[in-house]
Design a protein around this ligand. Structure first.
Ligand code: PBG
Length: 365
């Protein structure tokens, strides 16, 4: 059992009690000390003047080790289907996915996240296809694992690709029910682990699911499988293009996920979500979406110091690509700047649809 008492936010040193001659941090985190008498002796631009000093003083770095590539898999062979609302992103059949992962692997990308595009005929109110051991995501994960055993595979646990209503859980009397959903999520996690998935990533936001999934995995001998919890996942409009990509947008219609995903207005609540998931056994926690939630990434990393990932979601990707396609912004530079911003905010790794492009750029630098 995890020790809940250990999961308290780190203590902050009160600025007033620290000796004043040493650099101390004030409430905003800014360093406060005499700057060599101030301007003109202090000139911040000295360290910025030349590339070599800029390199030496650089505080945060983005490397290929930070990237996880989310991919969409569809049924069939030798077919790629562009995702209308995500320029440059394609749904791939498993054979092409295996080829694409070879490229990602060659670039040094450590892991991928596989999302299935489920045949509408297989979608049901209770999403039974989610725990079919021979479903699309299981076959894809197994094929990728066979071809590329060194690359990490992450699979979402949530029912939305499989439900006719597009919700992440079971709906009873118009409400997404918690406990019954958790039982189904455990079954989904087990078939994915059996297929070769290395990181089970509950993205459903049901209460108590991390503990239940950990118990289920351990009970079946999958104690080495990681749990990456979408711990602070917000009810966000930034997921729009993703729902288009996996085909859950039509199912969900005008409905939203606000009875289980977090209110974008809340920040303290994210810390509670994360604390609970760590206590329940999450190995890694995630904040999602990314750029609009950097404050949450920073708070989570500061408070808990656990592996913290961030998801640059579909809407973020699409906004960038759409503006770049118009020639209105420098797409590549903004992409790299955004990814670096996640590192600066404290993220250990980033899920990004730009992972392959970013890895290529990092290689050129
Ligand atoms: C499924 C899931 C979603 C995303 C990842 N897993 C959509 C949602 O919760 O509606 C979004 C990813 C993205 O927008 O890129 N629960």
């Amino acid at each position: 059992m995890a020790d809940v008492t250990k999961i308290t936010p780190r203590m902050r040193q009160p600025a007033d009690e620290a000796p004043t001659e040493r650099p101390v941090r004030d409430r905003t985190g800014a360093t406060r000390f005499a700057e060599a008498g101030g301007f003109p002796r202090t000139r911040m631009r000295r360290t910025r003047r030349q590339p070599w000093t800029r390199r030496l003083v650089q505080e945060n770095h983005l490397t290929v080790d930070d990237l996880i590539w989310p991919v969409f898999v569809q049924e069939g062979t030798a077919e790629r289907t562009p995702v209308r609302s995500m320029p440059g992103v394609e749904r791939l059949t498993t054979d092409l996915l295996v080829e694409a992962v070879a490229e990602a692997k060659a670039l040094g990308i450590p892991a991928i996240a596989i999302f299935p595009v489920v045949d509408p005929a297989l979608k049901t109110a209770d999403g039974e296809e989610a725990y079919n051991p021979d479903n699309l995501v299981c076959r894809a994960a197994a094929a990728v694992k066979r071809a590329h055993p060194e690359i990490g595979i992450m699979c979402d646990v949530a029912l939305d690709p499989y439900t006719s209503h597009g919700h992440d859980g079971l709906v009873r009397d118009g409400y997404v029910v918690n406990d019954e959903t958790v039982e189904v999520l455990c079954r989904q996690a087990l078939v994915q682990a059996a297929a070769g998935c290395d990181m089970i990533a509950p993205s459903d936001m049901m209460d108590g699911r991390v503990k239940a999934i950990r118990d289920a995995l351990d009970g079946e001998g999958f104690e080495r499988v990681l749990i990456l919890s979408y711990a602070a996942k917000y009810a966000s409009a930034f997921y729009g293009p993703f729902r288009d990509a996996v085909g859950s947008a039509t199912a969900l219609g005008a409905d939203d996920k606000r009875t289980y995903q977090m209110d974008p207005a809340n920040s303290d609540e994210a810390l509670r979500e994360v604390a609970i998931d760590i206590a329940e056994g999450a190995d890694v926690v995630m904040v999602k979406p990314g750029l609009a939630y950097l404050d949450i990434v920073r708070r989570v990393k500061d408070a808990f110091g656990v592996p913290t990932f961030v998801y640059q979601v579909s809407g973020e990707y699409t906004m960038l690509k759409a503006a770049a396609a118009q020639g209105w912004i420098e797409g590549d530079r903004i992409m790299m700047e955004s990814l670096l911003a996640f590192k600066r905010a404290g993220a250990d790794a980033i899920l990004t649809y730009s992972a392959v492009e970013a890895a290529k750029r990092l290689k050129q630098e």
